[in-house]
Design a protein around this ligand. Structure first.
Ligand code: LLP
Length: 417
């Protein structure tokens, strides 16, 4: 795959055909990542549950389903999207955080597998369903792992899961209502590059697992780190696969039953598949810095401004690297709106091929948590989305229109007199 095209389709042609700003997803890349994950866990009964919060486009969900990937959802609306994509309730895992019991009931009635993440909900679940509906418990293993503190979920102060130190309370409630706990779950965080963090979390879960008699599943969440630039250190999947497979199979042997091993990756499956295309509105040559101003902003791709994330950026219209300049790539939102952050998490500049107004700027790693976190801030329209499949570009979401901005506004006419 060349830098400047996806499956032979030039990025600049896609920008012309569908307009900018535009999200483009490469189906081949998603399929390749599914295979890498499967290959790393060949010797266990593996189930991949795509954490669809990363990208909920229904066509992406259908692609996952076609390739045997099941799904993890966090809200009733994601659940509905999964059903629309053709998933059966039993293929859907519901892993919410701090939701009302109504949502738990909704997910239970839909036949999903629910990760219960606090003692109060466990108790209510027991009162309502006893042993009639199987459930999983989300544990907090007290492990540090993740790219930054906003996306670390398993450390002692995290709001997620029931602390492993509350084992006795959990077991008491499970016994009291005879709840059928078929699985234990943990999710360490996102952008976890350190294989050690996965091992520590897995060990914590497997240690406690022996106290539950009905287990069928160990769910170790997602969080595998992907490369954001050349040479970036990432989760070593072979290493994680080797060590976890060994520990997991040992556990199954001592438990006396072959369990399923689940993972819930989001970024790992879709981040690298996405490229975001925007048009250069202005090139501002300034005494201090040069800016490239594109027809987008943190409203469309918020990861840099929200987490200081590094995304590779290049000029898709100019392949000639004989003249390069340092540019700060910025958006049109009326506050500091920088896309070009340094690997150290600071706003910065990128050395890019000479850029002029009208050039198409491409931002990589735009498949996960980009469109799904977009908004209409500054009353801007959300971009269109395109999936490249078997060398053909398919529109999978229309660009918004002004009608979408007006939708749901209730305009009072009492001010019109
Ligand atoms: N499972 C659970 C329970 C999760 O909470 C998450 C992500 C995942 C799986 C998938 O994690 P992944 O494999 O995608 O790292 N918006 C942030 C990431 C938030 C992740 C939230 N939970 C970002 O753009 O970096």
């Amino acid at each position: 795959m060349s830098y400047y095209n996806i499956q032979g389709l030039k990025l600049t042609d896609l920008a012309t055909q569908f307009g900018t700003p535009l999200y483009v997803y490469d189906a081949d890349k998603i399929i390749e990542k599914i295979s890498i994950l499967r290959d790393s866990f060949q010797n266990v009964n593996l189930k991949i549950k795509y954490a669809c919060k990363a990208n909920t486009n229904i066509s992406i969900l259908k692609l996952m389903r076609k390739h045997g990937v099941e799904i993890d959802v966090v809200s009733p609306q994601e659940l509905q999207l999964a059903l629309l994509a053709g998933y059966e309730g039993s293929q859907i895992t519901f892993t919410p955080s701090g939701v009302s019991f109504d949502e738990i009931e909704y997910a239970a009635e839909a036949g999903t597998r629910i990760n219960l993440d606090n003692l109060d909900v466990l108790e209510k679940f027991g009162q309502k369903y006893g042993n009639t509906k199987p459930a999983l418990i989300r544990l907090k293993p007290h492990v540090f792992g993740g790219g930054n503190e906003k996306i670390m979920t398993a450390h002692p102060e995290s709001k997620f899961g029931i602390s492993i130190h509350q084992k006795e309370e959990i077991l008491e409630i499970v016994k009291k209502y005879d709840i059928k706990i078929i699985g234990l779950h943990q999710h360490t965080g996102s952008d976890v590059k350190n294989a050690d963090a996965f091992m520590k979390a897995a060990t914590a879960i497997l240690d406690i697992a022996q106290y539950f008699k009905d287990l069928e599943i160990i769910d170790l969440g997602g969080g595998f780190k992907v490369p954001y630039q050349e040479g970036d250190s990432v989760t070593d999947m072979k290493e994680v696969g080797k060590v976890l497979t060994h520990d997991f199979l040992e556990f199954c042997k001592s438990y006396g039953r072959e369990l399923q091993l689940w993972f819930e990756p989001g970024k790992f499956l879709v981040s690298e598949a996405g490229t975001f295309l925007a048009n250069t509105n202005v090139v501002k040559i300034d005494p201090i810095k040069n800016f490239i101003g594109i027809d987008s902003g943190l409203n469309h791709l918020g990861r840099p401004m929200m987490y200081g994330s590094f995304h590779d950026i290049f000029n898709a219209s100019n392949e000639d690297d004989s003249i390069q300049e340092n540019y700060r790539v910025v958006g049109y939102i009326c506050e500091t709106d920088t896309f070009s952050w340094t690997p150290e998490g600071k706003q910065g500049e990128r050395l890019m091929n000479k850029t002029k107004a009208g050039d198409v700027i491409a931002i990589k790693n735009a498949g996960a948590y980009c469109f799904s976190m977009s908004s209409q801030y500054n009353s801007r329209l959300r971009p269109a989305e395109v999936l490249v499949l078997d060398g053909k570009a398919h529109l999978i979401r229309e660009r918004e229109t002004f009608e979408d901005i007006l939708k749901n506004q209730v305009v009072l006419d009492i001010f019109d007199v």
